[in-house]
Ligand binder design. Structure first.
Ligand code: NDP
Length: 310
C-alpha cells in the first residue's frame, strides 16, 4: 500500500497543472497517467490557442513541457489505469490495475472525456479497419484517399482540414443545415476545395469487403424530399463530441445526466470532501485546454486547503 497526501488521476492539462500547483505546495503529489498519456489534446494536430505560444505548439510538446514542469517540483508519475476507488473512507483508496493500492488524503479527478461513436452496427464491424475517432492518429493511413468526417463542430472542422492536407477528398457529414463550429473554423472548411460538406445527412451504414469502402447516407430523413445517397470512401472519422470518463466514480461522486461530475458552483469540490474534479470530466461547456488547466490549479489549491484542515 502507498500512502500519499495528494493523488491526481489523469495526465491532461488539468492533471498536470494540478500537479504543478500541488507539488509547489509541498503536497508531494502522485499522478496516475491513465490510458492516454497527455490526454485528449494529443489527438489534435497543433495547439494555436493556448496563451504563451504565439507560433502554436505541437500538443505532445506542450504536454511534455507541463509534465516536466510538475516533475521539477517533485511530482511522481505512475503509468497505469485506475480500476477501482473507494471514497467512502478517509483517507480515500485508489487501486491501479486492481493490484497497487494507494491511500490519499485528497484526490483530484482529471480523467477527461472520450470520443463518442454513432452507435451503428457497422461502425463496430469496421473499427480499426477504416473507422477512427482521431484524424491526427490515423490520417496518415489515408494519404491520397477519400475519407468522411462526421460532425459539424470545431473538432470535425479541424479534423476535416487536417485530412484535406493528406487526402484526395474529404466529405463532411453534418446532420443540421449549418455548422456549429466557430466562424474561423467554418471558413477554413468552406473555403477548402478538397472538402465537400453534406448538410442534413446522417449515416445509415458503412459498406465494404473487410474494410470501409463506402457509406450509405440519408438526406433529410422523414421529409418529403428524403433521399438515400452512397459515397465511396476509404476512411470514416467520428468527430461528434465526447463523453466524460467518470463511470469509475459513479458509486461515490454525483454526476449529471451525461456523466459530467457535478462540482460546487465555481469551485472544483465534489460531493465528497477531499475529492476534487478538474478539466473536461466536470466541464460540459468549455472543454478547452486552457480552461482545464485553470481548473486543475483550482483543484490543487482546494486540495491543499483541505489537507491543511485535517
Ligand atoms: P461539439 O459538441 O461542439 O460538436 C459535435 C458535433 O457533432 C455537432 O455538429 C453535432 O451536431 C454533431 N453530432 C453529435 N451527435 C451526432 C450524431 N449522433 N450524429 C451526427 N452528428 C452528431 O463537439 P466538438 O468535439 O466539436 O467540440 C467540443 C468543444 O471543444 C467545443 O466547445 C469546441 O468549441 C471545442 N473545440 C475547440 C477547438 C479549438 O478551438 N481549436 C478544437 C476542437 C474543439 P449538432 O450541431 O446537430 O448538435
Amino acid at each position: 500500500m502507498n500512502r500519499v497526501k495528494c493523488l491526481i488521476i489523469g495526465s491532461g492539462p488539468a492533471g498536470y497543472t494540478a500537479a504543478i500547483y500541488a507539488s509547489r505546495a509541498n503536497l508531494e503529489p502522485v499522478l496516475i497517467e491513465g490510458p492516454q498519456l497527455g490526454g485528449q489534446l494529443t489527438t489534435t494536430t497543433e495547439v494555436e490557442n493556448f496563451p504563451g505560444y504565439p507560433e502554436g505548439v505541437e500538443p505532445f510538446q506542450m504536454m511534455d513541457d507541463m509534465k516536466r514542469q510538475a516533475e521539477r517540483f517533485g511530482t511522481k508519475y505512475v503509468s497505469g489505469i485506475v480500476t477501482k476507488v473507494d471514497f467512502s473512507t478517509s483517507p480515500k483508496k485508489v487501486w491501479v490495475e486492481d493490484t497497487e493500492e494507494y491511500e490519499a488524503d485528497a484526490v483530484i479527478i482529471a480523467t477527461g472525456a472520450s470520443a463518442k461513436y454513432l452507435g451503428i452496427e457497422s461502425e463496430r464491424t469496421y473499427r480499426g479497419r477504416g473507422v477512427s475517432a482521431c484524424a491526427t492518429c490515423d490520417g496518415f493511413f489515408y494519404r491520397k484517399k477519400t475519407v468522411a468526417v462526421v460532425g459539424g463542430g470545431d473538432t470535425a472542422c479541424e479534423e476535416a482540414n487536417y485530412l484535406a492536407g493528406l487526402c484526395e477528398k474529404v466529405y463532411m457529414i453534418v446532420r443540421k443545415p449549418y455548422l456549429r463550429a466557430s466562424e474561423i473554423m467554418q471558413q477554413r472548411v468552406l473555403n477548402n476545395p478538397k472538402i465537400e460538406v453534406l448538410f442534413e445527412h446522417n449515416t445509415l451504414c458503412l459498406t465494404g469487403e473487410g474494410k470501409v469502402q463506402g457509406a450509405d447516407l440519408v438526406y433529410r430523413k422523414g421529409e418529403p424530399d428524403e433521399a438515400v445517397k452512397h459515397i465511396d470512401i476509404d476512411g470514416f472519422f467520428l468527430a461528434i463530441g465526447h463523453h466524460p470518463n467518470t463511470d469509475l466514480f459513479k458509486e461515490f461522486i454525483n454526476r449529471d445526466a451525461e456523466g459530467y461530475i457535478i462540482v460546487d458552483g465555481d469551485s472544483p469540490r465534489t460531493n465528497v470532501p477531499g475529492v476534487f474534479a478538474a478539466g473536461d470530466c466536470a466541464d460540459p461547456h468549455y472543454r478547452q485546454a486552457i480552461v482545464a488547466a485553470g481548473s486543475g490549479a483550482k483543484a490543487a489549491i482546494e486540495a491543499d486547503k483541505y489537507i491543511k484542515s485535517l
